[in-house]
Design a protein around this ligand. Structure first.
Ligand code: PMV
Length: 345
């Protein structure tokens, strides 16, 4: 299913000035870290990711002229301050494009821990962009939706298209994500070993501006296109033993930049390191599992779906692992039919 495949829902949303959308977070195999333009969230380097089917955010946007200002509720709790301002900034782009003046009521729910290195802002802003655009009567043009999502959170651009997605640097209109393969292309599993559910002290929006303070960032950015090329080639060939080392290298290089920024960002906990070392051990025992880590301490274990149960059982035995969240490759951000949102608690 694509956004374009839902003409009736888009028409109804425009009529009612209200829409509900579902989006998955994504896990980057080649990371986005650092911007050339912070306000527009134009990335310093290209990136590549997989949508995570097991996890999602559902967001409803309702434009209502009777409201004095935008309101936001996240997982049942009213949100104000910077969180609401960031949502309003994306709604302002949508309003300007659609010629809508009314404030909006935004209600959002996720089925995974927010702010702990599972890309909660990616799913949140992809769902907001799609629901907001539909409620405002904008057309379901994937590249336009990806751009709107990017303006809320860079990696959210990659949660708009389906399956495995690439996002290239460019200008405000051109830097959008596109699918390089559908979810059915490859039965990969992402097992997120959750070692902390704490909210991060420094989120990625605060982290991107620090990237340029690391003397390693220039080298990271210079090598990103070549790592992406190798990763994409292996992904398209469904070759995990070629892809795995590239994704591990790319994650470690990003954390090298984070750890050498001023001030430094140390996201890893002892259990993070234990999982990194265990991954190499499990490979020596015959499993095809590789790690990657976003801006947090949780470790994403990537392996073929048929090895997921084994990997999960092993991960649960590592001290400090509180939970393991499972995902297959996920589809695009899309609208839900009225009433359907209750199917996604
Ligand atoms: O979209 P942001 O600003 O939350 O940045 C995400 C950065 C990483 O998750 C660390 C890497 C990535 O490419 O998703």
């Amino acid at each position: 299913m694509t956004q374009l495949a839902q003409p009736d829902l888009w028409a109804k949303a425009a009529q009612q000035q209200c829409a509900t959308a579902l989006a998955h977070p994504n896990i980057a195999f080649i990371k986005y870290w650092g911007n050339t333009n912070h306000q527009l969230r134009l990335p310093a380097n290209p990136s590549l990711s997989m949508n995570m089917a097991g996890l999602h955010t559902v967001t409803r946007v309702e434009f209502d002229p009777a409201l004095p200002a935008d309101t936001l509720e996240i997982n049942g709790v009213p949100a104000t301050g910077p969180g609401l301002e960031r949502v309003s900034a994306v709604l302002n782009l949508i309003r300007a494009e659609a010629g809508v003046a009314a404030p909006a009521r935004v209600v959002s729910r996720s089925n995974f821990p927010v702010g702990s290195g599972i890309a909660s802002s990616a799913a949140a802003f992809a769902a907001l962009a799609v629901a907001g655009a539909a409620a405002a009567g904008l057309p379901p043009v994937e590249a336009r939706l990806s751009r709107l999502a990017r303006r809320g959170s860079g990696s959210a651009s990659r949660s708009v298209p389906s399956g495995f997605c690439e996002w290239q640097p460019g200008d405000d209109d051109g830097s959008v994500a596109f699918s390089i393969a559908p979810p059915e292309h490859w039965a990969l599993a992402d097992l997120v070993a959750v070692v902390s559910r704490e909210h991060k002290a420094v989120g990625s929006s605060g982290g991107h501006p620090l990237a340029d303070t690391s003397s390693l960032q220039t080298a990271r950015v210079a090598g990103a296109a070549e790592r992406l090329r190798r990763c994409k080639e292996a992904l398209l060939a469904r070759d995990i033993s070629a892809m795995g080392p590239v994704i591990e290298e790319d994650a470690v290089i990003m954390h090298g930049v984070m750890m050498s920024s001023r001030p430094p960002l140390f996201y890893w906990l002892p259990a993070t390191m234990a999982l990194i070392q265990a991954t190499a051990r499990w490979r020596a025992e015959g499993l095809e599992v590789y790690f990657t880590i976003d801006a947090g301490p949780n470790v994403h274990l990537i392996c073929p779906a048929e090895q997921a149960a084994d990997v999960e059982a092993k991960a649960r035995k590592i001290a400090g692992v509180r939970d393991v969240l499972k995902s297959a490759p996920g589809g695009p951000a899309h609208l839900l039919a009225p009433g359907d949102e209750f199917l996604h608690p």
